[in-house]
Design a protein around this ligand. Structure first.
Ligand SMILES: Cc1cc2nc3c(=O)[nH]c(=O)nc-3n(C[C@H](O)[C@H](O)[C@H](O)COP(=O)(O)OP(=O)(O)OC[C@H]3O[C@@H](n4cnc5c(N)ncnc54)[C@H](O)[C@@H]3O)c2cc1C
Length: 424
């Protein structure tokens, strides 16, 4: 636990910021805050990178800008309710809690909204590789991040045709999305099942060799640059006349000067205390990692129809995806992970599945599929950065840069209006 007052070693030239949350968003914010001249302390109840940022698919795709509520999603709701192992499911017991959120979510499922959201997300994520390159010193960027494209696969022309509107939207916003056929697919990914005869290759995309290592690398640098990490559960915030003055934590009181809330899917009670009521919901997702895959997979492969990503990682071959609405407390349903393992074998028939690990994580989601990156409407010393839904790795680095600008009172590089905390 840190001392009960801020010591001189923590004061940067512009003051001291406490960041709640050591996921990709929190550590990136802390690292950019240091570059802006602030001293930082990160607080998390877990070691850095063990929340949702631990087990995601690791895709770093500046073209992953589409909202979850795409036009036509409404027709799919009855199927979601009936198939507990489908790409999106809602636990019956959670339905009363999920329904108001789901209704708000469905209201965004129009072409107009999808275009608005994709435009905002493109502006946010366009710089992602440059942002991580700035944060990762020496050869760490090259070691942790690949930029060798991403492959979307389809089984027939109808499936690809169904994606046409969304592909065109991404192209209009500057994303390279090249249609390729079977022989190109086999050259890119020889281990893929030959039934995938049509693909979209997105050459500007990439991935990390392990999202946990990425968060750790940024967190370690924050510490090397003089930052502090406090392992504690934040229970409440003490508010003074001008805003938060201390965090009530599992290890006692921690005084704060300025605050960033980057607590992922758990942000909403603290956000309320800090001046904003936000409809944050968790979209739970699963992964299976095969430790000894014994096949050659070179880049992120996404199977659209199944809503899954496969990514080769340092720790093995990972398949991740699907959405489950069941709240923050319900136990994982690992039958959903087993289903993912079956899909991985459909995609890569020679995959060795012997050694596998399973995981469930909580995507922090707002109904319009946009994060909140904004100052607290009530307190000038507080900045919010949460709600990065399915793309926190693609947007965590850029978010950190904007958090630092907001805290410093300088003009952010992009228009942050779509990410306002008061839009709900
Ligand atoms: C299956 C799956 C696949 C995904 N694939 C991708 C992908 O390929 N690419 C991509 O860009 N994104 C992907 N995502 C989304 C991505 O993982 C998230 O958007 C991202 O990890 C969110 O980061 P975060 O820092 O906001 O949250 P987190 O990583 O969850 O960090 C929040 C931290 O806050 C801490 N915390 C919360 N409350 C408190 C408290 N009261 N006191 C102390 N500490 C607290 C938590 O312990 C946690 O460490 C995927 C997600 C899932 C589930």
């Amino acid at each position: 636990m840190t001392p009960d007052r801020l010591g001189p070693e923590m004061s940067g030239t512009k003051g001291h910021v406490t960041v709640i949350g050591a996921g990709i968003v929190g550590v990136s914010s802390a690292a950019f805050l240091q570059r802006e001249g602030f001293a930082v302390t990160i607080v998390d109840r877990l070691e850095p990178g063990l929340g949702t940022s631990f087990g995601n698919a690791g895709s770093v795709s500046p073209s992953a800008i589409l909202p979850v509520a795409m036009p036509g999603v409404m027709k799919k709701v009855p199927g979601w309710l009936l198939d507990p192992l489908g790409p999106l499911t809602i636990r019956w017991s959670y339905l009363p809690w999920a329904t108001p959120w789901l209704l708000r979510f469905l209201r965004h499922a129009s072409r107009k909204e999808a275009t608005r959201v994709a435009t905002a997300m493109r502006a946010l994520m366009e710089t992602v590789f440059d942002d991580y390159a700035e944060l990762l010193e020496g050869d760490t960027f090259a070691r942790l991040i690949r930029r060798n494209g991403c492959l979307y696969i389809y089984e027939n022309r109808e499936e690809l045709q169904a994606a046409k509107w969304s592909l065109d939207l991404r192209r209009e916003l500057g994303a390279a999305m090249e249609e390729i056929g079977g022989s190109d697919i086999r050259q890119l990914e020889p281990a893929l099942n030959r039934r995938f005869d049509l693909g979209i290759f997105a050459p500007e995309n990439g991935s990390t060799v392990d999202p946990h290592l990425l968060v750790r690398a940024i967190a370690d640098q924050v510490l090397r640059n003089g930052g502090t990490f406090v392992r504690a559960d934040v229970k409440d915030v003490e508010i003074g006349p001008d805003g938060p003055v201390a965090l009530e934590t599992s290890s006692g009181k921690l005084p704060v000067d300025r605050l960033v809330l980057a607590a992922g899917a758990w942000s909403s009670p603290l956000a309320r205390k800090l001046g904003a009521k936000v409809p944050l919901e968790t979209q739970r997702g699963y992964h299976v990692t095969f430790a000894e895959p014994q096949i050659d997979v070179r880049r992120t492969v996404m199977w659209n129809r199944r809503s899954v990503f496969v990514n080769p990682m340092d720790c093995g071959l990972r398949i991740a995806g699907t959405v489950e609405l069941a709240g923050l407390k319900a136990a994982p349903n690992y039958a959903r992970a087993d289903k993912l393992a079956g899909i991985a074998v459909e995609m890569f028939p020679d995959l060795n599945t012997k050694e596998q690990s399973k995981w469930m994580g909580h995507r922090p989601c707002l109904p319009d599929s946009l994060p909140v990156i904004d100052r607290s409407p009530r307190f000038a010393n507080t900045v919010f950065a949460f709600g990065h839904q399915h793309v926190g790795i693609c947007s965590g680095g850029p978010t950190g840069r904007h958090v630092a600008s907001l805290m410093a009172g300088s003009t952010p590089r992009i228009d942050l209006t779509p990410f306002s905390a008061t839009r709900f």
